[in-house]
Write a protein that binds this ligand. Structure first.
Ligand SMILES: O=C(O)CCC(=O)C(=O)O
Ligand SMILES: [Fe+2]
Length: 358
């Protein structure tokens, strides 16, 4: 936990009742507000078998098996008894995870599986003292950053560093875009805080992955006349000629994404008129990538049916943390400052984050 003023609010979302055969296909949870970042599932003490919940984050899988184990050793059979009566300490079982983690519930094989799902929201409570267990200045990334900045030969004329996010983020509402500092998760938050601690000014940028494969087009779409093929504009008015090949692109700043930004040709979401740069190739943004932005299965978009609420339009997307590194001359000036002035200077920089005073 990085020092922040944020707290978590849990809002009851629904009661799931699953009888025999009941299951949930692989999905991510639909953010019901810009500041929703996680889901809490509470399993009620009613007996059932089967119905394991498996949550996936990147390559990591965690299974929550809340059915009762049989007391007969050597068999894998599950027991159908009232959980609370059998083991009062295990009466209520729960799981909490980031909502963008895919999860699946295997079929219930007997009894009834009852769960309550809560949506977890980040809440900015500036009146509270910051909840802090770890100071960014104690982390290895902070030491490395400070050490690099203190070397004259490191980006002597200044430059730009990029860190591809390890998590995906909802691009649905302004709530997210306006509260980035509350919404960052895990190692992404750590990177952000370490950069700030070193007096740098991190920004978050959207990452897009375009995976269109020209060879597939003939099967999926009706053939076009030669004249039409030369037309490089999509139905959204995007100039495809800038996207010579599929790849991963980074935008300039976070913004809402709507389904109207879907481009069939790119099999992805893209905001018409937005300036984007292909990562690694003609990177005219001159970002030196410390961690390359990754391709995710749901970069910049997932259709409603993939979420747990098919009526809500939502998109999770990878992102990138980008920081401008001042020139050696400017870094040196900062070095000459007393610690109080340096802190003031850092605070001044922080005051511009998200364009709002803190
Ligand atoms: O019941 C569970 O274990 C989780 C339910 C769920 O994934 C959902 O309601 O979206
Ligand atoms: Fe879910």
């Amino acid at each position: 936990m990085m020092p922040t003023h944020s707290s978590i609010q849990a809002q009851l979302y629904k009661l799931n009742i699953m009888g025999e055969g009941g299951h949930f296909k692989s999905h991510v949870d639909t953010p019901t507000g810009g500041q929703m970042f996680g889901s809490l599932v509470v399993c009620l003490p009613v007996s059932f078998t089967g119905g394991e919940l498996t949550v996936k984050q990147k390559e990591q899988l965690v299974t929550f098996d809340w059915a009762e184990e049989t007391q007969e050793k050597g068999t894998k059979q599950k027991k159908v008894t009232n959980t609370a009566a059998v083991n009062p300490h295990r009466a209520i079982r729960w799981a909490a995870f980031y909502s963008d983690c895919e999860h699946i519930i295997k079929p219930v094989t007997s009894g009834h599986r009852l769960t309550l799902t809560y949506n977890l929201f980040a809440h900015d409570d500036t009146k509270k003292p910051p909840t802090s267990t770890i100071s960014p200045s104690t982390l290895p990334l902070h030491d490395i950053t400070e050490s690099l900045l203190s070397h004259k030969s490191f980006m002597p004329n200044g430059g730009r560093l990029g860190f591809g996010s390890q998590h995906t983020y909802p691009h649905t509402t302004r709530g997210f875009v306006d509260n980035l500092e509350l919404m960052l998760k895990g190692v992404d938050m750590t990177t952000w805080k370490c950069m700030e601690e070193s007096g740098l000014n991190p920004t978050l940028r959207p990452v897009y992955s375009f995976e269109f494969d020209e060879s597939d087009d003939s099967d999926e779409y009706p053939s076009e006349s030669d004249e039409e093929k030369e037309d490089t504009e999509t139905d959204n008015g995007i100039d495809l000629s800038i996207l010579q090949e599929r790849g991963i692109y980074v935008g300039k700043k976070m913004h809402e994404i709507k389904s109207s930004h879907y481009t069939r040709e790119l099999e992805g979401f893209y905001n018409a008129g937005e300036e984007i740069t292909e990562v690694g190739r003609h990177d005219n943004d001159d970002i030196v990538w410390c961690v390359s932005p990754r391709q995710t299965s749901q970069v910049a978009g997932a259709c409603g049916a993939y979420g747990n609420d098919p009526t809500t339009e939502f998109f999770y997307s990878a992102a990138a943390i980008v920081v401008d590194v001042p020139s050696w001359k400017e870094r040196n000036k900062m070095d000459g400052l007393g610690s109080e002035e340096k802190t003031m200077m850092k605070k001044g920089k922080k005051a511009t984050v998200n364009g709002k005073a803190r």
